[in-house]
Design a protein around this ligand. Structure first.
Ligand code: PHE
Length: 343
């Protein structure tokens, strides 16, 4: 029986060594240890025919051999499992020696976006709605509806980009067309601001761009006066510049307002004494505005006897330049990161 045990041990070692997968190893284990017909099990069952003395001796040997065979199997099983882990390690490993890749920097808002967002927040806090309008505008809304007929000299100063084969379309020269669109769509009373891009046939220099931003404001209600206009304009400048500013009105001509004004603010650099920034006048030209012309109110589908209003058209790029001390308007569209990263 001892011989038979040695024989089984030898075969079990060979069989486990020759198995080529975990599944095969399981079959080998069955071959020797399965409850009914395992070679080792069958031999162990023969113990009952032995004398007490022999059973004691052989029983001990049998336990030894059993643990040895189990050790072969466990060893082989470990080998297979290690191979699986190695394969995973190769495909999914993190190489801790790899140098750190440069991380892309965080983006931030463009100074014009900051100015427009601040303005929009300020105006919504005063009950205004924020509206949008098309950049490619019809000639009618850009000019005619604003009391600028085809023969009007104001068309010259607002020359713009026209669309080939579509003379009735223009790249809008200002955000004022949204005044009429807003009245038509929402009626009265109305409080709205519109910020967006405008276009003009302009040779560029430090203070002119062919593509620039405006913020338009319009209020339509009963009994609107110049006092309302001045109050809101002062609020606007205080909100953006974070200072109380002194303002003055000069007459200004725009066909779509009557009366029309240029609103100037007292120079923040010299406090009104006169300096380079204000061309030694003490005042900075800031905001064209006025009371909405009855013809424009009519074009908006409202009765100008019942409804009155004011409107303004803020050159928001110029305001942005004053807020941040930017000396050339062209920086704002330049896309130069070393400029933009200052904000
Ligand atoms: N739309 C005018 C411009 O671009 C500005 C303006 C707006 C003037 C509203 C008066 C009222 O020049």
């Amino acid at each position: 029986m001892i011989e038979k045990l040695e024989q089984i041990k030898k075969e079990a070692r060979e069989a486990s060594n020759n198995s080529s997968s975990l599944e095969e190893l399981e079959l080998v284990r069955e071959r020797f240890f399965s409850r009914k017909s395992g070679e080792f099990t069958v031999l162990a069952k023969g113990m009952k025919d032995l004398s007490d003395n022999e059973r004691k001796k052989i029983g001990q040997k049998m336990n030894e051999v059993k643990s040895e065979i189990e050790a072969f199997f466990d060893h082989k099983k470990n080998e297979f499992e290690m191979k699986v882990w190695e394969a995973i390690a190769v495909t999914e490993a993190i190489d801790v020696t790899q140098p750190k890749l440069p991380t892309p920097g965080h983006g931030h808002q463009h100074p014009m976006t900051i100015v427009h967002t601040e303005l929009e927040e300020l105006f919504t806090s005063m009950g205004f709605t924020v509206l949008d309008g098309p950049e490619l505008e019809s000639e009618y809304y850009n000019f005619d509806a604003l009391n600028i007929p085809g023969t009007h000299p104001a068309r010259d100063s607002q020359d713009t980009f026209f669309i080939k084969n579509h003379p009735e379309w223009v790249m809008r020269t200002h955000t004022s067309p949204v005044q009429v669109r807003a009245m038509q769509k929402y009626g009265a009373p109305l409080r709205a601001v519109v910020s967006g891009r405008c276009f003009r046939n302009e040779s560029t220099d430090a203070s002119h761009e062919h593509t620039f931003y405006q913020m338009e404001g319009i209020v339509i209600d009963r009994h609107i006066s110049i006092a309302h206009l001045i109050g809101v304009m002062k609020e606007l400048l205080r909100g953006v510049l974070r200072k109380d500013v002194e303002v003055r009105l000069r007459p200004g001509y725009f066909p779509f307002v009557e009366p029309g004004f240029e609103l100037d603010m007292k120079c923040l650099v010299c406090g009104g004494a006169g300096c380079g920034a204000c061309k030694h006048s003490g005042w900075i030209e800031t905001l064209p505005c006025g009371l909405v012309h009855p013809k424009v109110i009519e074009a908006g589908g409202l009765d100008p006897v019942e409804w009155t209003g004011f409107a303004f058209g803020l050159g928001s790029m110029r305001l942005c330049m004053q807020k941040y001390g930017i000396e050339d308007i062209r920086h704002l569209h330049g896309g130069n990161l070393s400029f933009l990263e200052q904000f």
